[in-house]
Design a binder for this molecule. Structure first.
Ligand code: HEM
Length: 147
């Protein structure tokens, strides 16, 4: 456990929540772009525009926001005794789910970039629900701390 002041802890928590909000924005929006992109003819001008939007969203928002969320979260963990609590174990499991989903998004983006997407818009519509469900679980766990 590391010793930091209550004020420093609260500032870290604020940045943790800010970066998680930015990460979630990307996790919600990128699969939505895939829904539209999967209905666009390969090689079209529209498809090229989607490729640029997907690449920028992933590189400029999602990746830095994921690293910041996990980084701030780990410092909060080291500066508190939450690692011994059940709700935190459950939260970390759901966060792992978000990280896995994040890298699935990266792989779908790469398939689109190589004009190699074989998945339907319905597939991406269903995939879009996964981060929503994980986020609801995580927020309830950290706020309610039910166990
Ligand atoms: C490895 C990743 C993460 C770690 C280690 C981590 C750890 C922590 C810790 C230790 C706290 C402080 C809890 C407290 O003092 O009550 C916290 C707060 C919080 N975390 Fe995370 N977190 C991670 C990822 C996430 C993600 C992905 C989300 C959202 C999807 C999230 C949402 C929140 C929220 C909303 C709070 C504020 C709770 C409050 O107001 O007390 N965290 N996190």
């Amino acid at each position: 456990m590391i010793e930091i002041s209550t004020t420093a802890y609260l500032w870290l928590k604020a940045w943790h929540v800010i970066s998680f909000a930015a990460w979630m924005a990307g996790l919600f929006y990128l699969p939505r772009l895939f829904v539209y992109h999967s209905q666009t003819p390969v090689g079209s001008e529209q498809s090229d525009l989607f490729k640029v939007m997907e690449r920028r969203l992933y590189k400029a928002i999602m990746m830095p926001a994921m690293l910041a969320t996990v980084g701030f979260g780990l410092v909060l963990l080291l500066a508190s005794d939450h690692l011994t609590q059940g709700w935190m174990h459950a939260k970390l499991l759901l966060v792992l789910g978000l990280v896995v989903f994040h890298f699935y998004c990266a792989s779908w983006k790469n398939d689109f970039a190589a004009d190699n997407n074989r998945r339907s818009q319905r597939y991406f519509r269903v995939a879009n629900e996964i981060p929503t469900l994980l986020m609801i679980g995580i927020v309830i766990l950290v706020i309610v701390k039910p166990f």
